[in-house]
Ligand binder design. Sequence first.
Ligand code: ADP
Length: 942
Amino acid sequence: MTVPEATSEEAGMDVPGAVLERGHVLHRQSVLLEQSVLLELAASQAPDFQASLRQILKSDAELLGVERVSYWSFSAGAEAIRCDVLYRRDANAFDGGTELRRRDFPRYFQALLDELYIAADDARRDGRTSEFTESYLKPRGITAMLDVPVWVRGSLGGVVCHEHVGGAPRVWTAEEQAFARSIGHVVSMALETAERTRAEESLRRSEERFRLLVDGVKDQALIMLDPEGLVVSWNAGAQRILGYEAAEALGKHFSDFHPPDSVARGRPQAQLRGATARGRLEVEGWRLRKDGTRFWAGVVLTSLRDEHGRLRGFAEVSRDMTERKRAERQQRLLAAASAAEQQQRLLAEASAVLVSSLDSDAALTAVAHRAVPLLGDTCLIHLQEGGGRVRRVACEHAPGSRAERHCGDLLGPEEGEAPTELVRVLRTGRSRFLPDTSRLLQRLGEEDSGRFVLFRRFRPASVLVAPMLARGRTLGTLTLFREELGHPYTRGEQALAEELARRTAYAVDNARLYEELRRAEQSQRFLGEATKVLVESLDYETTLSRVSRLGVPLLADWCVVDVVEEGNVLRRVAAAHADPAREPLLRELQVRYPARWDTNPPATRVLRSCQPELYSDLSDARLLPLVESPAHARLIRELGSDTVLAVPLVARGRILGALTFGAARKRRYGPVDLLLAEELSHRTAMAIDNARLYQEAQKAINLRDEFLSIASHELRTPITTLHLQLQHLQRHCAKSGDATLCRRLDISARQIHRLDKLIEGLLDVSRISTGQFRFNLEPLDLTQLASEVLEQFQQEAARADCRLVLRAEGPVTGRYDRLRLEQVLANLLSNAIKYAAGGPVTVGVEERGDFARLTVQDQGIGIPEKDLSRIFGRFERAVSPRNYGGLGLGLFITRQIVEAHGGSIAVKSRPGEGSTFTVDLPRDFRPGVKSARAGPTEGPEP
Ligand code: ADP
């Protein structure tokens, strides 16, 4: 540094005549000082303000001849000054470090601010500096002060202090004051210059660093563009990534690094416009290398503006993100694959649940459970049921979702109207896709109708409602909600939900079909069982009691049967409860509230209207009108009566009674139960009717038998008398020789005999039915017996123009009742003559081991096959009474006699080809020992 040395002459010129000259010298010296200091500072790369300051202060002290010259800098806020440098002329030494605070020397600090400089000739007395007297001036022997504030860019930066040490105060001349002020100015300039030089240097350094940085960046292309988009700067990274040397790249256009298709779409220009408008633009896209290959670039384009806001160009920072993009794509593909896999798994799991369980409510809950959270925060399943009702069967939600609070009260199984959007899906069979509900929710915020109940409660962000379609019908809906914004449903998820709903629907449909089948089977079994029970007894009270037991528990928890009896009286004939502990309740019901026409329980209503009554859901409101009192209602509730069904018992148009069934909540009677109950009641009514008819028939038969028995006894007496009288007359007539009279008497006698036989037959019937048909077994030769009976019938056969033939090879003996076997042969023979139409009749007697066989064969009219088994019954006949007389008792009595002998009778016949009656009789019959050959069967083979 070249600082002008003050010459001793110049410094010591204090003679008055030289004042002007000295002022001149001082001025020149200050100018020189300023120039040299500033030059020094500006030329230096690392300006040393301290060194310059020392130089200035030292020159100052020399030129003004002041003992102490110092520079103090202000602390921030100007609360204190600190001595940076103090030059002491006597010691030619530099010092510093003292600090003075404003609060200790307020007047001095104020004066520095207010005045251009402080020239205190007598510093100890001067108001501006007297504060220093004791603590500062006196100890240092200072008597005068000349202090000049140093202003830097409008604020107080420091102060240059001249402290005169001496016995007396010093009067500061105007030149000295001017010089001191110029020194203040020089310091100020030096400060500014030093600061600026430092700032410039640091800017240069930072630019240098920036350049190094820019060039050091190899993995990012840092490109400067001018406002037109032409390259003005190109770093090593740009060269590496894009392949152009800086020299090649400079002057190229921004769009030269874009692929042609992108340029054709105007993308580069659009990006420049975007960055111009918004200041900063972040984009990703394909860029083109020098070799024509592409890479995926992540670009930040920033517009550069000067202080006036004018566009000066663009900075483009771009990175090659091809690898990252590939990795991301792979990640996305993997995520998609895993999502697809999860979705497939969801479908597979749901299908497995659905096929493994036919309890559809539980299965549907399991499906909904699996759909959460993959497909939503909430999954609801609603089923459409009879009568347009919609029932919610499942509501599953992710933990902590809003639905957790609302699931319970949303459209419970019992209540209300279906939400609007569900109804729409049910009606159209098309899904509702609401990826973003914000506008709908906004609208609903103001609306206060009952619509959109689901939205109001859940406030979902995204919604899907898929129809459960199976075999062309919409069985219900599957609803999915997402609560959080930012994850709207996609079309892919819609398709997945539709597929899930479709599978669910098929499962529900299958379960329903199966259930129907199962119920039909069960009903068939039940009805089969019922029919068996019903035909077992012809006593109708027993039957009804069995029916009431049959109804529980399959059809009901309890069942009662009321009937209308003679005189239109109602009576409860049977009651049963599945729970034996509750049977007493049924008795109490019967005792306290017996069925009466003037009451209104379901059974009475049914008896009055003849129509069934179905109370699927017997609420309190529906129960009250049916009962006599609240206590009655309570009793009915205690039985378990949440669902009740009553059906009439009607047979041949007549109401016989009513069946009432009741069950607790787990069951709900519907049309299927009604059908089953009606079928049961139909069969029961038939059984009751049959039993009644049977009882009536039985009564009529008894009456008839009684009548026959009395009538035949009463007829017998006059016939016997008549018979005796006739015999008497015949004897007289034979003596008189009146042939005509004799013939007439013979005819009368035959008719009397016939009458006797008829009455005898009637008597036998009544004996058989009253168990008085007795036998007297004795050894007997059947051939002999047959020949005698044939003999008796010769006349009658002759009258019918009928030839009688006996075929027997010898005696056939056994133990028999002679009169009864005579009766057997007589019955068969008289039939053969009657129905033989003049043909021959052959009677055969033969021995077949332990058996004797009698046969009566004719060639007459024969018997139709359908009548063959019937003709052995009482009063059964197979001919018209107009052509052939008879009571239809002969074969009946014959069979009774044969069977009473342990034998059997059979017939072989065809219409027009004659008949053969065969009687097999054990030869040594012991009553009470059943023969192995008994029964009206065909005879044993020869
Ligand atoms: P009835 O001869 O009085 O009618 P039966 O009990 O003797 O009563 O016979 C029952 C029925 O069997 C007859 O009405 C007749 O139709 C049929 N029948 C019996 N024997 C013969 C027969 N030999 N040929 C054709 N039909 C016969």
